[in-house]
Design a protein around this ligand. Structure first.
Ligand SMILES: *Cc1c(COP(=O)(O)O)cnc(C)c1O
Length: 376
Protein backbone atom coordinates (compact mmCIF):
# COMPACT_ATOMS: atom_id res chain seq x y z
CA UNK A 1 0.00 0.00 0.00
CA UNK A 2 1.26 3.44 -0.98
CA UNK A 3 1.51 6.11 1.68
CA UNK A 4 1.11 9.26 -0.39
CA UNK A 5 2.01 12.28 1.72
CA UNK A 6 2.65 14.64 -1.19
CA UNK A 7 -0.61 16.54 -0.80
CA UNK A 8 -4.17 16.34 0.47
CA UNK A 9 -5.24 16.64 -3.18
CA UNK A 10 -4.35 13.00 -3.89
CA UNK A 11 -7.40 11.50 -2.17
CA UNK A 12 -9.76 9.20 -4.04
CA UNK A 13 -13.51 9.74 -3.72
CA UNK A 14 -14.91 7.34 -1.11
CA UNK A 15 -17.53 4.75 -2.12
CA UNK A 16 -20.22 6.84 -0.40
CA UNK A 17 -19.07 9.95 -2.25
CA UNK A 18 -19.20 8.09 -5.57
CA UNK A 19 -22.75 6.98 -4.76
CA UNK A 20 -23.73 10.56 -4.03
CA UNK A 21 -22.22 11.62 -7.36
CA UNK A 22 -24.13 8.95 -9.27
CA UNK A 23 -27.39 9.81 -7.54
CA UNK A 24 -27.11 13.58 -8.13
CA UNK A 25 -29.93 15.20 -10.13
CA UNK A 26 -28.36 17.03 -13.09
CA UNK A 27 -29.10 19.90 -15.42
CA UNK A 28 -27.16 22.38 -17.50
CA UNK A 29 -25.43 24.77 -15.12
CA UNK A 30 -24.56 27.25 -17.87
CA UNK A 31 -28.33 27.77 -18.09
CA UNK A 32 -28.39 27.89 -14.28
CA UNK A 33 -30.37 24.68 -14.33
CA UNK A 34 -28.30 22.13 -12.45
CA UNK A 35 -30.11 21.49 -9.16
CA UNK A 36 -27.07 19.89 -7.51
CA UNK A 37 -24.81 22.85 -8.34
CA UNK A 38 -27.47 25.29 -7.15
CA UNK A 39 -27.92 23.35 -3.92
CA UNK A 40 -24.17 23.29 -3.25
CA UNK A 41 -23.84 27.02 -3.92
CA UNK A 42 -26.67 27.78 -1.49
CA UNK A 43 -25.25 25.41 1.08
CA UNK A 44 -21.71 26.79 1.14
CA UNK A 45 -22.92 30.41 1.00
CA UNK A 46 -25.24 29.72 3.94
CA UNK A 47 -22.59 27.88 5.95
CA UNK A 48 -20.13 30.75 5.60
CA UNK A 49 -22.71 33.53 5.96
CA UNK A 50 -22.70 34.96 2.44
CA UNK A 51 -25.55 35.87 0.07
CA UNK A 52 -24.26 33.80 -2.82
CA UNK A 53 -21.62 31.41 -4.06
CA UNK A 54 -20.20 30.19 -7.35
CA UNK A 55 -18.98 26.64 -8.01
CA UNK A 56 -15.73 26.65 -9.99
CA UNK A 57 -13.45 23.87 -11.22
CA UNK A 58 -10.33 24.95 -9.31
CA UNK A 59 -9.07 27.13 -6.52
CA UNK A 60 -6.90 28.95 -9.02
CA UNK A 61 -9.93 29.94 -11.08
CA UNK A 62 -11.78 30.88 -7.91
CA UNK A 63 -9.02 33.30 -6.86
CA UNK A 64 -8.81 34.66 -10.41
CA UNK A 65 -12.56 35.31 -10.50
CA UNK A 66 -12.31 36.97 -7.09
CA UNK A 67 -9.40 39.28 -7.89
CA UNK A 68 -10.86 40.27 -11.26
CA UNK A 69 -14.23 40.94 -9.64
CA UNK A 70 -12.73 43.15 -6.95
CA UNK A 71 -10.22 44.93 -9.19
CA UNK A 72 -10.11 46.72 -12.54
CA UNK A 73 -7.14 47.09 -14.91
CA UNK A 74 -4.49 49.19 -13.21
CA UNK A 75 -5.65 48.31 -9.71
CA UNK A 76 -3.44 46.34 -7.35
CA UNK A 77 -3.92 43.73 -4.66
CA UNK A 78 -1.79 43.47 -1.55
CA UNK A 79 -0.78 39.88 -0.93
CA UNK A 80 1.86 37.70 0.73
CA UNK A 81 5.02 36.59 -1.07
CA UNK A 82 4.09 32.97 -0.44
CA UNK A 83 0.36 33.35 -1.09
CA UNK A 84 -1.05 30.95 -3.63
CA UNK A 85 -2.85 33.73 -5.52
CA UNK A 86 0.44 35.55 -5.98
CA UNK A 87 3.12 32.91 -6.26
CA UNK A 88 1.52 29.72 -7.51
CA UNK A 89 -1.08 30.75 -10.06
CA UNK A 90 1.06 31.68 -13.05
CA UNK A 91 0.55 35.39 -12.47
CA UNK A 92 -3.04 35.01 -13.67
CA UNK A 93 -4.38 38.21 -12.14
CA UNK A 94 -1.72 40.21 -13.98
CA UNK A 95 -1.94 38.19 -17.20
CA UNK A 96 -5.73 38.06 -17.58
CA UNK A 97 -6.79 41.07 -15.56
CA UNK A 98 -3.95 43.59 -15.77
CA UNK A 99 -4.16 43.67 -11.99
CA UNK A 100 -0.81 44.27 -10.33
CA UNK A 101 0.16 42.33 -7.23
CA UNK A 102 1.91 44.15 -4.38
CA UNK A 103 3.58 41.26 -2.56
CA UNK A 104 4.71 41.64 1.06
CA UNK A 105 7.02 39.47 3.15
CA UNK A 106 5.41 37.24 5.75
CA UNK A 107 6.02 37.29 9.48
CA UNK A 108 7.09 33.93 10.97
CA UNK A 109 3.45 33.13 11.83
CA UNK A 110 2.41 33.60 8.21
CA UNK A 111 0.79 37.00 8.72
CA UNK A 112 1.55 40.24 6.88
CA UNK A 113 2.59 42.92 9.37
CA UNK A 114 -0.12 45.56 9.77
CA UNK A 115 2.49 48.30 9.36
CA UNK A 116 3.64 46.72 6.08
CA UNK A 117 0.07 46.57 4.80
CA UNK A 118 -0.53 50.17 5.74
CA UNK A 119 2.73 51.30 4.14
CA UNK A 120 1.88 49.43 0.93
CA UNK A 121 -1.44 51.19 0.42
CA UNK A 122 -0.76 53.87 -2.17
CA UNK A 123 -2.18 57.38 -2.06
CA UNK A 124 -4.52 58.41 -4.86
CA UNK A 125 -1.85 59.76 -7.19
CA UNK A 126 -1.30 59.27 -10.90
CA UNK A 127 2.09 57.68 -10.22
CA UNK A 128 0.61 54.68 -8.49
CA UNK A 129 -1.60 51.74 -9.23
CA UNK A 130 -4.85 51.99 -7.27
CA UNK A 131 -4.64 49.88 -4.10
CA UNK A 132 -7.93 48.04 -4.21
CA UNK A 133 -7.76 44.70 -2.40
CA UNK A 134 -6.11 42.88 0.49
CA UNK A 135 -5.84 39.12 -0.13
CA UNK A 136 -5.02 36.86 2.81
CA UNK A 137 -4.66 33.08 2.94
CA UNK A 138 -5.70 30.85 5.85
CA UNK A 139 -4.25 28.37 6.45
CA UNK A 140 -0.98 29.41 4.82
CA UNK A 141 1.62 26.65 4.60
CA UNK A 142 -0.49 24.79 7.15
CA UNK A 143 -0.38 27.70 9.61
CA UNK A 144 -3.49 29.15 11.19
CA UNK A 145 -3.54 32.95 11.05
CA UNK A 146 -4.32 34.20 14.58
CA UNK A 147 -7.97 35.25 14.58
CA UNK A 148 -7.23 38.57 16.27
CA UNK A 149 -4.78 39.31 13.50
CA UNK A 150 -7.36 38.46 10.83
CA UNK A 151 -9.78 40.88 12.50
CA UNK A 152 -7.16 43.64 12.71
CA UNK A 153 -5.82 43.23 9.17
CA UNK A 154 -9.25 43.13 7.57
CA UNK A 155 -10.44 46.10 9.68
CA UNK A 156 -7.37 48.06 8.59
CA UNK A 157 -8.04 47.25 4.93
CA UNK A 158 -11.67 48.25 5.27
CA UNK A 159 -10.78 51.53 6.98
CA UNK A 160 -8.58 52.35 3.97
CA UNK A 161 -11.31 51.53 1.49
CA UNK A 162 -9.87 48.19 0.34
CA UNK A 163 -11.89 45.06 -0.35
CA UNK A 164 -10.86 41.90 1.51
CA UNK A 165 -10.49 38.46 -0.10
CA UNK A 166 -9.63 35.23 1.70
CA UNK A 167 -8.03 32.33 -0.11
CA UNK A 168 -9.48 29.72 2.21
CA UNK A 169 -8.48 26.67 0.20
CA UNK A 170 -8.00 25.05 3.63
CA UNK A 171 -10.45 27.22 5.56
CA UNK A 172 -11.95 24.20 7.30
CA UNK A 173 -8.51 23.08 8.49
CA UNK A 174 -8.10 26.59 9.90
CA UNK A 175 -11.52 26.35 11.53
CA UNK A 176 -10.66 23.01 13.16
CA UNK A 177 -7.42 24.40 14.57
CA UNK A 178 -9.16 27.57 15.72
CA UNK A 179 -12.02 25.66 17.34
CA UNK A 180 -9.46 23.67 19.31
CA UNK A 181 -7.88 26.92 20.55
CA UNK A 182 -11.12 28.64 21.49
CA UNK A 183 -12.12 25.86 23.84
CA UNK A 184 -14.37 23.93 21.53
CA UNK A 185 -13.33 20.31 21.30
CA UNK A 186 -13.75 19.37 17.70
CA UNK A 187 -11.13 16.63 17.79
CA UNK A 188 -12.85 13.30 17.15
CA UNK A 189 -9.73 11.46 18.27
CA UNK A 190 -10.23 12.85 21.76
CA UNK A 191 -14.02 12.68 21.75
CA UNK A 192 -16.18 9.95 23.25
CA UNK A 193 -17.79 9.20 19.89
CA UNK A 194 -14.57 7.66 18.66
CA UNK A 195 -14.09 5.49 21.70
CA UNK A 196 -10.34 5.30 21.33
CA UNK A 197 -7.19 7.32 21.66
CA UNK A 198 -5.57 6.37 18.36
CA UNK A 199 -5.36 9.42 16.10
CA UNK A 200 -7.18 7.78 13.22
CA UNK A 201 -9.20 5.36 15.32
CA UNK A 202 -12.85 4.51 14.89
CA UNK A 203 -14.48 2.03 12.63
CA UNK A 204 -15.08 4.35 9.71
CA UNK A 205 -12.62 7.21 9.60
CA UNK A 206 -14.51 8.87 6.74
CA UNK A 207 -17.77 9.48 8.52
CA UNK A 208 -17.06 11.61 11.56
CA UNK A 209 -19.33 14.53 10.86
CA UNK A 210 -21.13 15.04 14.14
CA UNK A 211 -18.56 17.53 15.45
CA UNK A 212 -18.94 19.69 12.37
CA UNK A 213 -21.09 22.33 14.12
CA UNK A 214 -18.31 24.03 16.10
CA UNK A 215 -16.12 23.96 13.06
CA UNK A 216 -18.67 25.60 10.78
CA UNK A 217 -19.15 28.32 13.40
CA UNK A 218 -15.40 28.99 13.43
CA UNK A 219 -15.21 28.89 9.64
CA UNK A 220 -18.01 31.45 9.50
CA UNK A 221 -16.28 33.66 12.09
CA UNK A 222 -13.17 33.78 9.91
CA UNK A 223 -15.09 34.14 6.65
CA UNK A 224 -17.19 37.03 7.90
CA UNK A 225 -14.09 39.23 8.21
CA UNK A 226 -13.90 39.22 4.39
CA UNK A 227 -15.90 40.42 1.39
CA UNK A 228 -15.18 37.22 -0.49
CA UNK A 229 -13.91 33.76 0.41
CA UNK A 230 -12.67 30.90 -1.76
CA UNK A 231 -12.77 27.35 -0.40
CA UNK A 232 -11.44 24.15 -1.99
CA UNK A 233 -13.35 20.89 -1.89
CA UNK A 234 -10.51 18.94 -3.52
CA UNK A 235 -7.99 19.34 -0.68
CA UNK A 236 -8.61 17.96 2.79
CA UNK A 237 -12.33 17.60 2.14
CA UNK A 238 -11.57 14.82 -0.32
CA UNK A 239 -13.73 15.71 -3.33
CA UNK A 240 -12.20 14.99 -6.73
CA UNK A 241 -12.72 18.49 -8.19
CA UNK A 242 -14.02 21.88 -7.26
CA UNK A 243 -13.91 25.07 -5.26
CA UNK A 244 -16.47 27.69 -4.34
CA UNK A 245 -16.23 31.46 -4.28
CA UNK A 246 -18.57 33.17 -1.81
CA UNK A 247 -19.62 36.81 -1.59
CA UNK A 248 -22.47 39.25 -2.04
CA UNK A 249 -25.03 38.58 -4.76
CA UNK A 250 -23.70 41.47 -6.80
CA UNK A 251 -20.08 40.32 -6.42
CA UNK A 252 -20.94 36.77 -7.42
CA UNK A 253 -22.76 38.04 -10.51
CA UNK A 254 -19.51 39.71 -11.61
CA UNK A 255 -17.50 36.59 -10.77
CA UNK A 256 -19.96 34.51 -12.80
CA UNK A 257 -19.16 36.56 -15.90
CA UNK A 258 -15.43 36.13 -15.32
CA UNK A 259 -15.82 32.39 -14.76
CA UNK A 260 -17.47 32.24 -18.20
CA UNK A 261 -14.59 34.19 -19.78
CA UNK A 262 -12.10 31.87 -18.09
CA UNK A 263 -13.83 28.86 -19.62
CA UNK A 264 -15.20 27.67 -16.31
CA UNK A 265 -18.85 27.34 -17.28
CA UNK A 266 -19.54 23.63 -16.81
CA UNK A 267 -22.65 21.80 -17.94
CA UNK A 268 -23.83 18.76 -15.90
CA UNK A 269 -21.48 19.78 -13.11
CA UNK A 270 -23.89 18.46 -10.50
CA UNK A 271 -21.94 15.21 -10.28
CA UNK A 272 -18.97 17.21 -9.03
CA UNK A 273 -21.09 19.46 -6.86
CA UNK A 274 -22.63 16.40 -5.24
CA UNK A 275 -19.17 15.17 -4.28
CA UNK A 276 -18.41 18.55 -2.73
CA UNK A 277 -21.72 18.57 -0.90
CA UNK A 278 -21.06 15.07 0.43
CA UNK A 279 -17.66 16.27 1.62
CA UNK A 280 -19.24 19.16 3.53
CA UNK A 281 -21.65 16.74 5.20
CA UNK A 282 -19.16 14.00 6.06
CA UNK A 283 -15.54 15.12 5.82
CA UNK A 284 -15.32 18.32 7.84
CA UNK A 285 -15.45 16.83 11.34
CA UNK A 286 -12.78 14.29 10.49
CA UNK A 287 -10.14 16.91 9.56
CA UNK A 288 -9.07 16.86 13.22
CA UNK A 289 -7.83 13.32 12.60
CA UNK A 290 -5.53 14.60 9.86
CA UNK A 291 -4.18 17.21 12.26
CA UNK A 292 -3.63 14.59 14.96
CA UNK A 293 -1.80 12.38 12.47
CA UNK A 294 0.39 15.28 11.36
CA UNK A 295 1.40 15.84 15.01
CA UNK A 296 1.98 12.11 15.35
CA UNK A 297 4.29 12.25 12.33
CA UNK A 298 6.15 15.28 13.68
CA UNK A 299 6.53 13.62 17.09
CA UNK A 300 7.86 10.48 15.45
CA UNK A 301 10.58 12.46 13.66
CA UNK A 302 11.66 14.43 16.71
CA UNK A 303 15.25 13.94 17.82
CA UNK A 304 16.69 12.70 14.50
CA UNK A 305 20.05 14.39 13.96
CA UNK A 306 19.90 16.77 10.99
CA UNK A 307 16.10 17.11 10.91
CA UNK A 308 14.35 20.25 12.06
CA UNK A 309 10.69 19.45 12.39
CA UNK A 310 8.17 22.28 12.47
CA UNK A 311 5.38 21.50 14.93
CA UNK A 312 2.29 21.34 12.71
CA UNK A 313 -0.84 23.36 13.51
CA UNK A 314 -2.96 21.54 10.93
CA UNK A 315 -2.30 18.80 8.37
CA UNK A 316 1.05 19.85 6.88
CA UNK A 317 4.43 18.94 8.36
CA UNK A 318 7.56 20.72 7.16
CA UNK A 319 10.90 19.10 7.87
CA UNK A 320 14.13 20.98 7.17
CA UNK A 321 17.29 19.02 6.46
CA UNK A 322 20.25 20.72 8.08
CA UNK A 323 24.01 20.20 8.22
CA UNK A 324 25.26 16.95 6.77
CA UNK A 325 21.69 15.71 6.30
CA UNK A 326 21.16 18.28 3.53
CA UNK A 327 23.28 16.24 1.17
CA UNK A 328 21.03 13.25 1.90
CA UNK A 329 17.81 14.92 0.79
CA UNK A 330 17.37 13.27 -2.61
CA UNK A 331 18.59 9.92 -1.29
CA UNK A 332 16.04 10.09 1.52
CA UNK A 333 13.16 10.72 -0.89
CA UNK A 334 14.38 7.86 -3.05
CA UNK A 335 14.60 5.57 -0.03
CA UNK A 336 11.04 6.52 0.93
CA UNK A 337 9.78 5.97 -2.61
CA UNK A 338 11.34 2.50 -2.63
CA UNK A 339 9.12 1.72 0.35
CA UNK A 340 6.01 3.17 -1.25
CA UNK A 341 6.13 6.42 0.69
CA UNK A 342 5.82 9.69 -1.21
CA UNK A 343 6.62 13.22 -0.08
CA UNK A 344 7.74 16.42 -1.78
CA UNK A 345 10.49 18.97 -1.27
CA UNK A 346 14.22 19.13 -1.44
CA UNK A 347 15.95 20.50 1.65
CA UNK A 348 12.56 21.36 3.09
CA UNK A 349 10.40 18.26 2.90
CA UNK A 350 6.63 18.46 3.07
CA UNK A 351 4.34 15.74 4.41
CA UNK A 352 0.58 16.24 4.16
CA UNK A 353 -1.97 14.06 5.94
CA UNK A 354 -5.44 13.44 4.51
CA UNK A 355 -8.29 10.98 4.45
CA UNK A 356 -6.39 8.32 2.54
CA UNK A 357 -3.60 8.16 5.16
CA UNK A 358 -4.01 6.34 8.45
CA UNK A 359 -1.93 5.90 11.60
CA UNK A 360 -0.30 2.75 10.23
CA UNK A 361 0.82 4.67 7.15
CA UNK A 362 2.28 7.46 9.23
CA UNK A 363 4.07 4.92 11.42
CA UNK A 364 5.53 3.35 8.29
CA UNK A 365 6.80 6.74 7.10
CA UNK A 366 8.37 7.47 10.49
CA UNK A 367 10.01 4.04 10.61
CA UNK A 368 11.39 4.41 7.09
CA UNK A 369 12.90 7.83 7.84
CA UNK A 370 14.38 6.63 11.14
CA UNK A 371 15.82 3.57 9.38
CA UNK A 372 17.39 5.79 6.71
CA UNK A 373 19.21 7.95 9.21
CA UNK A 374 20.22 5.01 11.40
CA UNK A 375 21.82 3.33 8.40
CA UNK A 376 23.97 6.39 7.72
C1 LIG B 1 -4.51 24.33 -3.81
C2 LIG B 1 -4.65 25.76 -3.49
C3 LIG B 1 -5.23 26.66 -4.40
C4 LIG B 1 -5.62 26.31 -5.82
O1 LIG B 1 -6.24 25.15 -6.00
P1 LIG B 1 -6.27 24.40 -7.44
O2 LIG B 1 -7.58 23.74 -7.36
O3 LIG B 1 -5.12 23.47 -7.41
O4 LIG B 1 -6.20 25.41 -8.51
C5 LIG B 1 -5.38 27.96 -4.02
N1 LIG B 1 -4.95 28.38 -2.83
C6 LIG B 1 -4.38 27.57 -1.94
C7 LIG B 1 -3.95 28.11 -0.62
C8 LIG B 1 -4.20 26.22 -2.24
O5 LIG B 1 -3.63 25.43 -1.35
Amino acid sequence: MMVDLRSDTVTQPTPAMREAMLAAPLGDDVFGGDPSVNALQEKIAGLLGFEAALFVPTGTQSNLCAILSHCQRGDEYIVGQMAHCYRWEGGGAAVFGSVQPQPLNHQPDGSLALADIEAAIKPDDAHFARSRLLALENTLGGKLLPFEYVQQATALAKSKGLDRHLDGARLFNAAVAQAAQTGGNPCPAAGPSQGGAAPAGGSDPHEVGERGGDIFAEARRIAQCFDSVSVCFSKGLGAPVGSALCGSREFIARAHRIRKMAGGGMRQAGMLAAAASHALDHHVGRLAQDHALARHLADGLAGIQGLEVEVPQTNIVFVDLTGAARAQSAALLKHLASQGIEATGLYRLRFVTHLDVDAAGVDRAVAAIRQFFKAK
